[in-house]
Ligand binder design. Structure first.
Ligand code: E4P
Length: 300
């Protein structure tokens, strides 16, 4: 080993770390390796059914006409996260359960337990619905790490907080910035509002800014103090090519769409008291189901 101690490491030594942990938002271990070499580190990874459907090996199987059964699809997913797992740091690898609008909490929990056994650093992703929160509540009681995805409102984040109280491991909540921008609301406001709501809390829930589509989203998330950010490889490449900038106090995020106002919510309420309905959560589940099924049915 060299005197720098880096001889066996494929990652570059770190110059400076951004204020948020950086996760790669993708489903391809080769991309994660590339980004790790580029940045010198990767703290974690998030995956979802749409990203797994885009994995080069999964695409090759589907395009070659090979029928993927649900078991084979799960085996591919396992292979992918097992390849990614050793490449990332302490923020772990988020693995999403396959859930449609009728999936019960018991079915989600069963999948979550199975997925949790795939790698030592799994975070199980459940949708921000009543069923997903019930599964998450039981998961944290079993000692699983969870990431509640498809979060589009402050009330949903409050419900995540209330449902996961007592979790030994940090719980992630994933507010989806880009998809709120898509409907004309300023998605970054949701990050700011949740951050404000959690200030002074026991901090068992960490904010994982998701659905980030560009450099402004990334810099805005840093500036707002998101605990973690999950970012597509191409945006991380752009960030690296710009010298990995970290915004200072003078940074101004240019709002996209109308303001999302802050709501006064009491985090001590039971989670069932919060209105967790959101049209984009349902739409997101339907899109994940469609992308998941495309990897199975296309090959028939
Ligand atoms: C990550 O956890 C999310 O699934 C992902 O960021 C969604 O991004 P998108 O809205 O660009 O699909």
């Amino acid at each position: 080993m060299s005197s720098s101690g880096m001889a066996n490491s494929q990652a570059k030594p770190l110059a400076k770390r951004p204020p948020s942990k950086i996760l790669v938002d993708g489903g391809d271990p080769q991309e994660t390796t590339r980004i790790r070499e580029l940045l010198g580190f990767v703290d974690g990874q998030t995956t979802n059914p749409s990203l797994i459907a885009k994995n080069p090996e999964v695409k090759r199987l589907v395009e070659s006409g090979q029928r993927l059964t649900e078991t084979e699809e799960a085996a591919e997913y396992r292979k992918i996260v097992q390849a990614i797992s050793p490449l990332v740091g302490e923020a772990g690898v988020s693995i999403e359960v396959f859930a449609d609008l009728n999936t019960t909490p018991e079915e989600m929990l069963k999948q979550g337990m199975e997925m949790n056994s795939w790698i030592p650093n799994a975070y199980i992703k459940y949708p921000c619905t009543a069923e997903g929160l019930k599964a998450a509540q039981r998961s944290v009681a079993e000692g699983l790490r969870v990431n509640i995805t498809l979060c589009f409102s402050q009330a949903q984040a409050a419900a995540v907080f209330a449902a996961t109280k007592g979790s030994k491991a940090p719980v992630y909540v994933s507010p989806f910035v880009g998809r709120l921008d898509d409907i004309g609301q300023n998605g970054m406001d949701l990050i700011r509002n949740i951050k404000r709501m959690f200030a002074g809390s026991d901090r068992h829930v960490l904010i994982l800014a998701a659905s980030l589509r560009n450099l402004q989203h990334l810099l805005g998330s840093f500036a707002m103090g998101a605990d973690l950010v999950t970012v597509p490889g191409k945006v991380l490449e752009e960030w690296a090519n710009n010298g990995m900038p970290i915004p200072d106090e003078s940074f101004q995020y240019t709002p996209v769409g109308s303001e999302i106002p802050y709501e006064q919510l009491d985090l001590h309420q039971p989670w069932e008291h919060f209105n967790i309905e959101h049209a984009l959560t349902k739409k997101g589940i339907q899109k994940f189901v469609a992308d998941y099924e495309s990897t199975i049915s296309k090959a028939q």
